[in-house]
Ligand binder design. Structure first.
Ligand code: GLC
Length: 718
């Protein structure tokens, strides 16, 4: 018996896409292959219905089609959790009471864990919360390479190295998409500054594009199986990235055989012809009435008069439907879960493993709760909450533990904890004096400093103007450590200059933006309940001028164009090749214990199958505390035909070792690890000749090296 259309429409409009079993068409049968379901549904759709699925009908949705049981489709930010509900037709939050969520640490903190297992868990938890909130596509992770320390969105991304960013993104995507939610790798591509982000044209040579700016996206597509890609705002070689023929048609869909959908960034679509023909499948956020979107009325007119082929529309719709079927939109999906202790535990673990111990002279850390009787906490970031900031990646956290709260919980009544602002936007002229007095009267002073999500610091839509600590923090730190040599500096946010005080401060922790559990994670580390194991995923220059893009005057660009003159030499690739000493090198991070590397062996692969060579070496925990070490492997090529950086990260493994324990670590290397992109050959080559495998605890702390020869030059299939 057919259900009256009205009831069916009501059901479908509510997003319950079930059709009556007796009328079950092929596309509703989950036992059918996805492609058959796509074909069947596509064949049933009218032109209007097809058009309705390739552009938004609100800030974050595409419309239901009750006749076909296609539900309302929800997209949601972002990389750090499920954003509060916005709109529907404005950027104003809806101020609901049911959209609090778990706020994970920022992307750069996740990258600092160097632990794909943690990335998987973060993705999985966010995917479960997305299901619980009824979201179908989650707009993360972001992997744009840290080319300048000033980019306002560096906090959201995964640092300066494409290999590390790719490993972490692949794990995150697998965790999230296992929850029947599509991830969205963004922003494709070359969106490495917020300066004029909506219009700036990015120019770069083919090798940096292939070897630096694309690999994390390539890994997300080829290994992560990511279902959606977000085009960037900027232009690339003169064409907007969200409808860029070279990036989308030639590379993403052509060379990489991407089968999912490409969406625009919000208001990143500018032209119907390009949107129709250059690989855009879903237009979002255009600042126009929905029917005036570039892929709406104008596109329909072009289809009807033959300007654009119907096959192009069908391919766009096919990709949207494929993502829907692949993520179970028409089928039973897990209900998900929201704000659970399990998710909060993941947030805490990510914050703990993402916090980096940059310096720890005379083992001033960890604090001994039995010996320390008083702590002076100083600095606005001691009480300031960050999870909700940063713009689109901000999360309305179910709760957020500040450092002061985390330390008070841990200290209990045993330790006298004082707080003084020390610095901040609205503080008195005597703030530093008061902080110095507090430090003088305490056993230990902990300065909670760094940046925040105010525009002009770590915030989308704006770049920073310099790499300095704001609000006279340099003076504050100098005077506090003078008053109390037992001063620890904890830095929130991204890279800052430290030269004015680093020599005098015995201990520095980099905690980035640690999410809702940040205060607990920090307290656990300060008191030694957790041994820090993070490593910085980016170089900390001594001064901004040492950073390649700034040294070469290649930032922020002028007259609407920025040219990446540093080419391949981004981050440590520059510092190591040009022999410039950083404040802290890529991959640096200390522990409360110590590690020893030994016995590096290179085991060659057999008869061309599997890895070309496997690096095997021993890591030993030579200290008295259990801990984790991120063993890193870099490749150096002695005489490449084309310029290469001094060394490139091609493997890493985080090993957890009890005090005194040792473990053999194996890192397999295939030809890709030795290869570089040769534009003349239009592909990757692994060149015959001498290489050196370099292993250690950071890019500048290489403990072991071994020579390796490739017997012949090979064109490498990726
Ligand atoms: C923003 C961001 C993008 C975000 C989107 C939706 O401008 O660039 O990362 O997902 O719009 O909020």
């Amino acid at each position: 018996m057919k259900k009256p259309l009205l009831l069916l429409s009501a059901l479908a409009a509510l997003g319950s896409a079930t059709m009556p079993a007796d009328d079950k068409p092929l596309y509703m049968d989950p036992a059918q292959p996805v492609e058959k379901r796509v074909d069947d549904l596509l064949a049933r759709m009218t032109l209007e219905e097809k058009l309705s699925q390739i552009h938004a009908n609100s800030k974050f949705t595409t419309p239901a089609i009750p006749r076909l049981g296609i539900p309302l489709r929800w997209l949601s930010d972002g990389p750090h959790g499920v954003r509060e509900d916005i709109g529907p037709d404005t950027w104003k939050p809806q101020n609901r009471t049911d959209d609090f969520a778990t706020a994970m640490p920022a992307g750069i903190a996740l990258a600092s864990t160097w632990n794909p297992e943690v990335a998987y868990q973060v993705g999985e938890a966010i995917g479960q919360e997305a299901r619980a909130r009824g979201k179908d596509i989650m707009l993360g992770p972001g992997v744009n390479i840290l080319r300048t320390p000033l980019c306002g969105r560096n906090f959201e991304y995964m640092g300066e190295d494409p290999y590390l960013a790719g490993r972490m993104a692949v794990a995150y995507i697998k965790g999230e998409q296992a929850q029947n939610v599509a991830s969205c790798i963004k922003h494709f591509a070359a969106n490495n500054e917020e300066f004029q982000r909506m219009s700036i044209n990015v120019e770069m040579d083919e090798r940096p594009l292939r070897e630096i700016y694309l690999p994390a996206f390539e890994a997300a597509v080829k290994e992560g199986g990511v279902w959606t890609v977000m085009g960037a705002y900027n232009k690339f070689r003169g064409q907007f990235a969200s409808h860029n023929d070279y990036l989308l048609n030639k590379i993403l869909k052509g060379e990489w055989n991407f089968q999912g959908l490409v969406m625009s960034d919000w208001a990143a679509t500018h032209d119907t012809k390009e949107a129709a023909l250059n690989g855009l499948d879903l237009e979002m956020g255009t600042d126009k009435p929905y029917n005036e979107f570039y892929l709406a009325d104008a596109y329909r007119d072009g289809l009807k008069d033959g300007t654009y082929p119907m096959s192009g529309l069908d391919d766009k719709v096919r990709r949207n439907l494929r993502v829907m079927f692949a993520t179970g939109v028409f089928d039973q999906r897990p209900p998900g879960s929201l704000n659970t202790p399990a998710h909060q535990a993941v947030a805490r673990r990510a914050a703990e493993e993402g916090t980096v111990l940059l310096k720890n002279d005379k083992a001033i850390l960890p604090l001994d709760p039995d010996k320390v009787k008083s702590i002076a906490i100083i600095g606005e970031n001691g009480i300031r909450l960050h999870a909700h900031g940063g713009d689109s990646s901000g999360i309305k956290a179910f709760y957020e533990i500040s450092p002061v709260e985390g330390i008070l919980r841990k200290a209990g009544s045993k330790i006298n904890v004082t707080y003084s602002a020390g610095y901040g936007k609205e503080i008195g002229p005597d703030a530093i004096d008061r902080a110095v007095a507090a430090a003088k009267n305490a056993d230990v002073a902990v300065i909670m400093g760094g940046l925040n999500h105010d525009p002009g610091f770590d915030c989308e839509g704006h770049d920073r103007k310099d790499m300095k600590l704001p609000y006279q923090q340099d003076e504050l730190i100098r005077r506090v450590v003078e008053a109390n040599p037992k001063t620890i500096v904890v830095l929130f946010g991204t890279i800052v200059e430290m030269e004015e005080w680093i020599a005098k401060v015995p201990a520095v922790l980099q905690t980035w933006f640690p999410g809702m559990e940040g205060g607990n994670a920090l307290a656990n580390i300060l008191f030694g309940d957790v041994n820090p194991s993070g490593k910085i995923p980016c170089t900390f220059p001594k001064v901004l001028a040492d950073s390649p893009a700034h040294k070469l005057g290649a930032y922020p660009g002028k007259d609407g164009t920025v040219t990446y003159d540093e080419g391949l030499l981004v981050g440590y690739r520059w510092f190591d090749t040009k022999k410039v000493d950083p404040q802290f090198p890529f991959g640096h991070g200390l522990s409360y214990t110590s590690f020893k590397y030994s016995d590096l062996k290179l085991v060659e692969g057999k008869d061309g199958t599997g890895p070309v060579v496997t690096a095997e070496f021993v890591v030993e925990n030579t200290g008295k505390r259990d801990g984790a070490e991120v063993a890193q492997l870099y490749i150096h090529q002695a005489k490449p035909a084309l310029e290469r950086p001094f060394q490139e990260l091609k493997g890493f493994k985080k090993v957890f070792l009890k005090a005194g324990e040792k473990q053999t670590v194996s890192i397999p290397l295939d030809l890709t690890a030795f290869s570089y992109y040769d534009p003349a050959k239009g592909g990757w080559i692994a060149e015959e000749g001498a290489f050196t495998v370099r292993v250690g605890g950071s890019s500048r702390d290489i403990a072991l090296t071994a020579p390796f020869k490739l017997a012949k030059t090979t064109l490498v299939k990726r």
